[in-house]
Design a protein around this ligand. Sequence first.
Ligand code: PGA
Length: 263
Amino acid sequence: MAKRPWIIGNWKMYKTARQATDFVEQLLPLLEGVEADIGLAVPYTSIAPVSQFAKGSSLLVGAQNMHDAREGAFTGEIAALMLKEAGASFVLLGHSERRHTFQETDEMIQRKVKRALQDGLRPVLCVGETLVEREKKLQDEVLRRQLESALKEIPAEEVSHLLIAYEPVWAIGTGHAASAKQVGEAHGFCREVLAELFGKRKAATIPILYGGSVKPENAAEFLSEKEVDGVLVGGASLDPEGLASIVHHCCEGKPEKKRRKSS
Ligand code: PGA
């Protein structure tokens, strides 16, 4: 019954390249034999060194943002092709910190998703409502708008490269994760919208990850929800043992308290 889970770490603006390779050196032995798709969305300067260090392992390396143009006069920006050549295979797009702190609009995110697919990176499209929107029961409306606007021009043959992350803004970095029930409902709704866009069969193949205060103690609970295919982990992904513990819980489907303490 166990599904092969996705676990992606989002490091945000943490770790120098040296700290990043030290982390991976500690992480890889802890992941031996696990049946999961594991990715790290690292700062730009760590993409090449981490990719080289992790060569030969199944660890995927990704970026946290990119520009929507192939190239151009955009001082300070970075293009998908540059990320790909450095070793990235995926990119987070539309993360709530990009939407809210850097004023990224649905239109910008749509162009970035399209560009990522054109230039060979898998987009991890992040969607999610704010606390005010949830209090007004607007979460479905927000999720529909964010999904439809970002995915409207995706050709059918590209759908298999997409990943979605449901990240309610009020659960990110707050220590207050959504409940498994709230996550199950939101993922079910996202799956419905994806089915409207791409048909039921294709929609069923798109991994939908939950993100927002995921920890070793709660990761397995989210995975037990039908439409949850993995987790996107911010703070708890900065420590190799913490991240490995999340991976093991997701694979084994057991909550923290039932696991043997390792020391
Ligand atoms: P968090 O962050 O796990 O620290 O809540 C999640 C994210 O921002 O993707």
